[in-house]
Design a protein around this ligand. Structure first.
Ligand SMILES: Nc1nc2c(c(=O)[nH]1)N[C@H]1C(S)=C(S)[C@@H](COP(=O)(O)O)O[C@H]1N2
Ligand SMILES: [Mo]
Length: 569
């Protein structure tokens, strides 16, 4: 009976395998499997010896032996790993059955951390401290591992399954498993990563969210979890091991790079750069007159350190030279994320920005010192500093040197500015250039609109951010407490070193503490920034209104009430 079941399980497993791989090797492997799993005693001894090895390996990892150990573990023999598979299947019969509801109750170290994988339930509470990826494992608590493992492809190895099998406590109720599978297969967004609950979500699918304003000015570098997220499609799941970056359009043919080659063949550069969406502050323009688009507040802007290869270096390696410069005008980027018709997200930048020594365009694989998070383009994204966020293409699949701009919707029919007199009936997208460098921008992050200030405090502290496109440095921020009649100069905070001229890629945070005007019952706080080309922000929205609500950079205004102190009455 046992043998029968085992054969059955193997047949099932082998048929799955046959679909994925070529037929011949699969058959051979299955024969080996059947043989190697013929004695359950062998399995048991294998298992305990093996888990001991694992504990040691994990201890090594935690002690900092690091990547070498992790990589070494990758090379398990197929036969051994397959034995474990069989065992996982065999174990299923005598363990209790749990509903999804019961599993979902176990989402913390106090209540226990449970997860499901292919219909089995695991209590991994004890493993949390051993997880090489740290606390991140808690994101999966109470639910299915599949979407996380799809995302973090490092788990797709037999020995990871083997560790997991040690924590098995039961089976998932059949009908709940079906529901789970339905969700994973029908919703293209079901494998999108978890996001921080603090983010203000403007759209869930695709995911678009911004941090609360006061968080933005609390730290010069925006922590990645709070960095605004602007996705047009589901987050694509890219396996870093098989990832390929294609560079095309150069006379020397095409160049294809693996992630490893991108990291090792080119010097690693780090820049601190602010990214801003063209739709940042759209909600204020919308209030002045209706526009179409996501209702961004002032938080579709964030700053991070980005590390990666210079696009210039990669283009030179791919054969860029003076001959190419004679005909090429643009560098196009294609993402690996796609719409329902299969069209990839894309955009392009002018050639001189891409190859210029001072352009600082990166093919970034790190954000704030860690691998790029899934939402921000894992494993590789373009970072085009000083340019509208839309051109910093995430999940980068292809680079094309061309005489033409990208033919993508976002280069041709969106992210363009128009006259306030242009409406949806008269708009001709060919008539306007694609947005690249952005205009000077600033906003007040605290106090919030509608906040109440206590009179007895006698002063008010105003904080915010300021940034300009094209590497132009913000040189001054003016703040008014009376709607723009009188002005004071705020203190600027940038990075420790002032950036080279024309390469100020990151914002300035600013702050001012001013006495409360004695008679005022309400303040209309206003800010405006000036960059080193003496560009200024317009005072109101109507003169810069455009149908898509882009480039929304009028003075930011916040109204604050002054509450009389009760003791003075
Ligand atoms: N592949 C791809 N790249 C993309 C996008 C996208 O949807 N797909 N959105 C763009 C837009 S409009 C902006 S503003 C930035 C946002 O980057 P972030 O999500 O890292 O903040 O990514 C850009 N790059
Ligand atoms: Mo954007």
């Amino acid at each position: 009976m046992l043998l029968l079941r085992r054969v059955h399980a193997l047949t099932r497993f082998c048929s799955v395998n046959t679909q994925r791989n070529q037929v011949a090797p699969a058959v051979t492997l299955c024969a080996v499997r059947l043989w190697s799993s013929s004695s359950s005693d062998d399995q048991r001894s294998y298992r305990s010896a093996h888990s001991l090895r694992w504990r040691r390996a994990l201890a090594g990892l935690l002690a900092g032996a690091g990547a070498v150990v992790a990589y070494g573990l990758h090379h398990h023999k197929a036969v051994q790993a397959d034995t474990t598979r069989v065992q996982t299947i065999e174990n299923t019969s005598n363990l209790p059955i749990f509903s999804q509801e019961e599993v979902t109750k176990h989402r913390s170290l106090e209540d226990g951390v449970w997860v499901t994988y292919r219909g089995s339930v695991y209590d991994i509470t004890e493993f949390v401290a051993l997880h090489p990826g740290g606390n991140k494992i808690l994101l999966a608590a109470g639910g299915a591992l599949e979407p996380f493992w799809a995302l973090y492809a490092v788990h797709n190895q037999e020995h990871v399954l083997e560790i997991l099998s040690e924590y098995k406590v039961g089976e998932l109720k059949a009908e709940d498993l079906k529901k789970q599978q339905a969700v994973t297969s029908s919703d293209p967004y079901s494998s999108d990563p978890e996001r921080h609950p603090l983010l203000h979500t403007n759209s869930l699918k695709p995911f678009n969210a911004e941090p609360p304003a006061e968080i933005l000015s609390d730290s010069y570098i925006t922590p990645s979890a709070f960095f605004f997220k602007r996705n047009h499609f589901p987050v694509p799941q890219v396996d870093p091991a098989s990832y390929q970056l294609h560079v095309e359009g150069l006379s020397g043919g095409s160049l294809t790079l693996s992630l490893e080659e991108l990291k090792t063949r080119f010097p690693k550069h780090t820049i601190t750069a602010t990214l801003q969406c063209a739709g940042n502050r759209r909600s204020e323009m919308h209030k002045a007159k209706q526009v179409k688009g996501l209702n961004w507040g002032i938080g579709a802007i964030s700053t991070a350190t980005w590390s990666g290869a210079k696009l210039r270096d990669v283009l030179l390696a791919a054969g860029y030279g003076s001959d190419v410069a004679q005909w090429a005008r643009h560098v196009q980027f294609e993402g690996l994320d796609k719409d329902v018709t299969g069209a990839a997200y894309g955009g392009s930048i002018p050639l001189n920005k891409a190859v210029g020594e001072d352009g600082d365009v990166l093919l970034a694989y790190e954000m704030n010192g860690e691998a790029l998070p899934a939402d921000h383009g894992f494993p590789v994204r373009v970072v085009v500093p000083g340019v509208v966020g839309a051109r910093s293409v995430k999940w980068l699949g292809k680079i094309i040197v061309s005489a033409e701009e990208s033919s993508s919707h976002w280069q041709q029919n969106d992210y363009k500015g128009f006259s306030p007199g242009t409406d949806w009936d008269t708009v001709d997208h060919k008539s306007a250039p694609a947005i690249q460098e952005l205009p000077v921008q600033s906003a007040i992050t605290t106090p919030a609109d509608g906040a109440v200030v206590d009179r007895s405090v006698e002063e008010v502290t105003v904080k915010g951010y300021a940034w300009s496109g094209g590497g132009r440095e913000v040189v001054r921020v003016d703040v008014s407490l009376d709607g723009g009649k009188t002005w004071q100069v705020a203190q600027l905070r940038g990075s420790e070193h002032s950036p080279p001229l024309g390469r100020a890629w990151a914002w300035k945070l600013w702050e001012i503490t001013a006495p409360l005007p004695p008679e005022a019952q309400e303040l209309e706080i206003v800010c405006k920034a000036v960059d080193n080309s003496y560009n200024v922000q317009p005072d109101t929205f109507l003169p810069i209104w455009n149908l898509r609500g882009l480039l929304s950079n009028a003075w930011h205004r916040v109204k604050v009430k002054i509450a009389e102190d009760a003791s003075e009455d």
